[in-house]
Ligand binder design. Structure first.
Ligand SMILES: Cc1cc2nc3c(=O)[nH]c(=O)nc-3n(C[C@H](O)[C@H](O)[C@H](O)COP(=O)(O)OP(=O)(O)OC[C@H]3O[C@@H](n4cnc5c(N)ncnc54)[C@H](O)[C@@H]3O)c2cc1C
Length: 173
């Protein structure tokens, strides 16, 4: 893919950082993470899909451990109810999917939207945004409340209105 190569940037960061001069690599590893939207259906008769298998992964940084754990707790509670009824049909397991989409799913959708907007920004736009917002704005962004930061950024760089309007409440983009 075109753009910055993270490995080259990491190597040069390590090389230029005095504190890391004597550091050495213990273990190189990698893997594939799907950072698109989750799959549409999480349950079938006798089956629940959880975690990375359901693509329940943060669309921005690819982290999925906490999401998989939270989802595991939710799915387990529904599985316990199904076990009490001895009913493992799709209809019996469906509350897991419905509850997930109404809670974690909503959060993830917002972050996917944010990721798509971030992909359209230039390095200069990023510098501008991070120079315009503060820690509290960043916490709001992470919680999916984009409006206060958007107002600050667009106020000083109105040309970003088109891109950032996708984050406005009620936007269908
Ligand atoms: C290189 C890398 C770095 C990552 N760094 C982070 C990070 O810093 N923070 C973070 O939050 N997330 C990180 N992730 C993502 C995180 O690892 C996953 O989101 C998380 O492990 C998902 O948990 P899971 O239980 O859904 O799946 P997994 O942890 O993948 O567990 C699935 C298990 O099922 C087993 N399995 C597969 N097929 C079968 C089969 N047919 N029969 C029996 N067993 C089977 C697999 O061997 C595996 O043990 C990283 C992922 C990678 C690849």
């Amino acid at each position: 893919m075109p753009g910055a190569d993270p490995k080259i940037l990491l190597d040069s960061f390590i090389k230029d950082n005095e504190q890391l001069r004597d550091a050495s690599t213990l273990y190189d590893f990698g893997g594939v993470i799907s950072v698109g939207a989750p799959i549409n259906e999480f349950v079938k008769d006798n089956c629940m899909v959880i975690g990375t298998a359901a693509k329940q992964v943060d669309p921005i940084h690819g982290g999925g451990i906490a999401i998989a754990m939270e989802t595991g707790v939710l799915a387990a509670s529904i599985a316990i109810d199904a076990h009490k009824r001895k009913d493992y049909s799709k209809a019996s397991l469906l509350p897991y999917e419905v509850k997930w989409k109404d809670t974690l799913g909503k959060k993830m959708n917002k972050r996917l939207m944010l990721r798509k907007v971030m992909e359209k920004l230039s390095d200069d736009d990023f510098d501008h945004i991070f120079n315009s917002i503060n820690d509290s704005d960043l916490s709001q962004i992470m919680a999916g409340n984009f409006a206060p930061s958007m107002a600050k950024v667009i106020g000083t760089r109105p040309q970003l209105l088109g891109v950032l309007s996708a984050l406005a409440p009620g936007s269908k983009r």
